[in-house]
Design a protein around this ligand. Structure first.
Ligand code: GLN
Length: 455
């Protein structure tokens, strides 16, 4: 049953009776969870649902978002035993309508595109178990794709971690404008890029979920103070006056079959009256290195706090401080986290800061301006979400880290700019889902959802 139907006449009790056995089956087949949470016992939940306001919606949460009393690891061994004493703001908001069923797998701290860098195992794509669910929110997408019950999945994106797995698993993923959803209680990867967002089987679920979690929060200094709105109001509204831009650079190095399906979707929108124009965004080629320089630089400072003293795992206090810190970090960080700490530190090093990090910030501004110019003329910009269908694990094993990073070249720009974007399934290639990426100007999630609801 879809969430939209459930909300019309919610049989909360029946859902509570069935959801946990269902997700345990899914866990056996596809392994989306790090933790399944039955913290609120069925009896407690049954008491809670007596309250008419409480809708009893099952919620899954990416494991880098703090949940009170439920282990939160960010996919890392260094946080293996961390149980937050508080809820992230987005979680306390969504708990008004639902309860948490579990914490989903992710690449360690969000470092990855295929969910292979999780310290707690790899989720399998329900559309083909020999394939990746995408990263870094692979567990969220895997679960959402496999579960046929009303459900909302809360995920997070730094450079494409919602869109990519949503594309690979054939579901909808919404990344809101930077600052629209509070980051309070989100474990940082790159603070100027991290955004909490949503995944759903339908566009209604993400629009509904966003309505619940968006909003100003004084605990997050980058939070936007904006009047609340009901994002579901935008769905299925007429789009015949819409103008969209289709950047040619976003079709280079994209699989032919993927391109074909994306164009088919664009033509379908044209039948609804949407006017499209081919455009050029020449700075696109700089987006990937810009993203990796900024995100690794910020990650390397954010991860400095895991040193065995204040947060996370520790060891016996021995040797000088360098030996102690290196001992803890060497043991508990995974390979990709170490790579990013080393590279990020290099980019910020005295003498290199101007050459790499500060230059990347200037390029980022340039990319933003280029998009902003386009948004004067177009309501949305369309492209494929990922250049490929979900790859097989055996094929990913052949890729170098740099080749893996390169797979993100379509998703990094909207993330660098903090623009809202939606990935929605728009066809199939070799039996696997293809995603259409709909990008909007800041705070235009309404338009993005409006257009997406026609696909
Ligand atoms: N794949 C990108 C990376 O590895 C994006 C990850 C993310 O958005 N968390 O950094």
């Amino acid at each position: 049953m879809k969430l939209e139907e459930y909300l019309k006449n919610p049989d909360k009790e029946k859902l509570i009776d069935n959801i946990f056995s269902e997700i345990k089956k899914i866990q056996k087949d596809y392994e989306p969870f790090i933790t399944i949470s039955e913290k609120e016992s069925r009896e407690e939940l049954k008491k809670k649902i007596k309250d008419r306001e409480f809708l009893g919606i099952p919620i899954s949460v990416k494991d880098n978002i703090c949940t009170k009393g439920i282990k939160t690891t960010a996919g890392s061994k260094i946080l293996e035993n961390y149980v937050p004493p508080f809820d992230a703001t987005a979680i306390s908001k969504i708990k008004e309508v639902g309860y948490i069923i579990g914490k989903t797998k992710m690449d360690e701290f969000g470092f990855g595109t295929f969910c292979l860098n999780c310290a707690y195992g790899i989720p399998k794509n329900p559309r083909g178990v020999e394939r990746s669910s995408g990263g870094s929110s692979g567990g969220s997408a895997c679960l959402t794709s496999a579960l046929n019950f009303p459900h909302i999945s809360i995920a997070e994106s730094t450079g494409g971690s919602i869109s990519c797995p949503a594309n690979f698993c054939g579901i909808v993923g919404l990344t809101p404008t930077y600052g629209l959803v509070s980051r309070y209680g989100l474990i940082d990867f790159a603070s100027s890029l991290d955004k909490i967002g949503l995944m759903g089987k339908t566009i209604f679920e993400v629009a509904y979920g966003l309505t619940k979690i968006a909003g100003f929060d004084k605990k997050d200094s980058t939070s936007i103070n904006k009047k609340p709105e009901d994002y579901t109001d935008h769905l299925k509204k007429d789009v015949s006056k819409f103008r969209v831009g289709v950047p040619k650079e976003y079709f280079n190095r994209v699989d032919e079959e993927v391109k074909k399906e994306v164009w088919r979707a664009i033509k379908k929108l044209e039948e609804k009256g949407v006017k499209y124009e081919e455009i050029s965004l020449p700075s696109t080629k700089f987006a990937l290195p810009t993203y990796y320089i900024i995100s690794m630089s910020e990650a390397s400072t954010n991860l400095a706090r895991y040193c065995g003293i204040r947060y996370g795992e520790t060891k016996e206090l021995k040797g000088n401080y360098n030996e102690f810190f290196s001992g803890v970090r060497g043991e508990y960080f995974g390979e990709e986290a170490k790579r990013r700490i080393l590279m990020g530190t290099f980019y910020r090093k005295a003498g290199y800061r101007d050459r790499y990090y500060l230059k990347a910030l200037r390029v980022r501004r340039h990319i933003i301006n280029e998009f902003k110019e386009m948004f004067k003329k177009f309501d949305c910009i369309l492209s494929p979400t990922m250049p490929i269908i979900a790859p097989k694990f055996t094929d990913i094993a052949l890729l170098s880290p740099a080749q893996q990073y390169a797979a993100d070249f379509l998703t990094v720009a909207p993330n660098l700019c903090g623009f809202p974007h939606l990935s929605t399934p728009c066809g199939r290639a070799k039996g696997m889902p293809v995603g259409l990426h709909i990008i909007g100007d800041h705070l235009q999630e309404g338009k993005v959802l409006q257009l997406g609801s026609w696909i």
